[in-house]
Write a protein that binds this ligand. Structure first.
Ligand SMILES: [Zn+2]
Length: 211
């Protein structure tokens, strides 16, 4: 009897694993609207919510939320602006982009749920998967009040001076994303913060499909 219960428990765990894998295949393809990738912080519980790194709609109330493992952000816009030139060099223009000034955005955020300030979160990316050799993706900010075409690169799959720098955010930052080639790009994101003096880490992969 005890052994049967153990076997049943194992079978149930296996089914749960398969169920999770099955749901992960039901991919949502996003083609518009303002999304932010980030963490929600529960002010009462004084901890980040258990859902971890997810995509959160910026403009809808209540917000829609998407699991990053089940979500692909499709990119079809094209740009050859000074911002792309500054990050990638003129020879790469035009690039496929998602703008930080248009209606379709993929930014970063830390959301406080309740009356408090959420801890600052540092986002970094591990090694990026690109569709073909030499393909490159970067997430960057356009220059703001300095009046010149400077950019602040946050993520960049290229190595060298424009390497993956990451960014620390206390609330919200929209990014512009540029891609040199069509195909699928996967950025393994890590979000780290300190809660009550203890480090916390969340991981999820951000996927773009450039068409
Ligand atoms: Zn945003």
């Amino acid at each position: 009897m005890g052994k049967k219960q153990t076997l049943l428990a194992v079978a149930t765990a296996a089914a749960a694993t398969l169920g999770f894998a099955g749901s992960a295949q039901a991919t949502t393809t996003v083609t518009g609207n303002h999304w932010d990738i980030g963490l929600a912080y529960d002010c009462d519980a004084e901890e980040f919510s258990a859902e971890g790194l997810h995509a959160h709609s910026h403009d809808t109330d209540p917000a829609s939320e998407l699991e990053l493992a089940d979500t692909v952000f499709q990119v079809s816009g094209t740009s050859n602006s000074i911002w792309e030139s500054t990050v990638f060099g003129r020879a790469e223009l035009p690039l496929k982009t998602i703008g930080d000034g248009g209606t379709y955005r993929v930014g970063l955020s830390v959301e406080a749920e309740g009356a408090c300030e959420a801890p600052a979160v540092t986002f970094t990316s591990g090694a990026v998967t690109v569709p073909v050799g030499g393909a490159r993706v970067a997430g960057y900010r356009r220059g703001e009040s300095d009046g010149v075409a400077t950019t602040r690169t946050r993520f960049d799959s290229a190595t060298g001076t424009n390497r993956n720098l990451g960014v620390t955010i206390a609330d919200h930052e929209d990014l512009r994303w540029g891609f040199t080639d069509t195909g699928t790009y996967r950025l393994p994101l890590t979000a780290t913060a300190s809660v009550g003096g203890f480090p916390v880490t969340y991981r999820a992969t951000l996927t773009f499909s450039v068409v």
